[in-house]
Design a protein around this ligand. Structure first.
Ligand SMILES: NC(=O)CC[C@H](N)C(=O)O
Length: 244
């Protein structure tokens, strides 16, 4: 059962490559969410770098700046939990060892880094080119509530992270997205998220970014589904919106 848990979702429009600009806005929203007494504030998939960063990911200086930005966001999140999409950089000596990740911070400390498990590699997506996949999907207890975090494609499969996180005690799933628009997609997503929520008997918060990047348009349309699958907090299409 969820008890008085306030989730803030920033349906924002990050700019690909503008790490400093994106981070300044993220920190401003963290402060607003804390003032609203949110328990947790969430930001979309790769919100720090913008999505999709593509071959910027081959630049070491870009990766390093993104890690430092994530650390600034986490440090700014005093008195609140934060989930923010960034690129995790591993310490492999053999070359590229990066993951499409979500940093989980609590009261100014980095608690964990969740790595996306299902990397889309079809149509407009080529995430296998860049990222290694994750293989762990923990549950965090945040102010008394079991919270599982996962990233976009992870929730599109019934047997993905969500089923494991439910078994591990999750009551709320925070799924952060960079999900592009096509005709009919928001209705399809709404049905899919409702099915996941109802099948697993938990709340699912679906947070998508907005804006355009080359040929892609991200439509937002974030929402929360309750444990019966009903949508309880629909957000607008194609507009930035902070919901808390
Ligand atoms: N960023 C992603 O993982 C996107 C893939 C997902 N199936 C979508 O289009 O919403």
């Amino acid at each position: 059962m969820i008890r008085n848990f306030r989730l803030a979702m920033a349906q924002m429009n990050p700019t690909v490559g503008d790490i400093d600009g994106n981070t300044a806005r993220i920190i401003e929203y963290v402060e607003q969410a804390r003032e609203s007494q949110a328990d947790l504030v969430a930001f979309p998939e790769l919100a720090i770098t913008g999505y999709p960063p593509e071959d910027l990911l081959f630049k070491t200086s870009f990766l390093q700046a993104n890690v430092e930005a994530m650390q600034r966001v986490v440090a700014a999140a005093r008195g609140i939990a934060v989930v923010v999409g960034y690129v995790e950089v591993g310490d492999s000596a053999t070359g590229v060892d990066i993951a499409n990740a979500a940093a989980i911070g609590y009261d100014g400390q980095l608690i964990d880094s969740y790595r996306k498990m299902y990397l889309p590699n079809y149509g407009v997506f080529d995430e296998d080119r860049y990222f290694r996949r994750g293989d762990e999907c923990p549950v965090y207890r945040i102010n008394g509530v079991g919270v599982g975090v996962n990233i976009c494609e992870d929730i599109w499969y019934p047997v993905g992270a969500i089923a494991v996180q439910r078994e591990a005690g999750a009551e709320l799933i925070v799924n952060i997205n960079g999900s592009p628009f096509h005709a009919g997609k928001s209705a399809h997503r709404e049905k899919m998220i409702g099915t996941r929520a109802a099948d697993n008997g938990l709340f699912v918060a679906y947070l998508n970014l907005v804006g355009g990047q080359d040929e892609l348009v991200f439509d937002g349309a974030s929402l929360v589904c309750d444990m019966t699958g009903d949508v309880c907090c629909p957000q607008p299409c194609l507009l930035p919106r902070n919901c808390w």
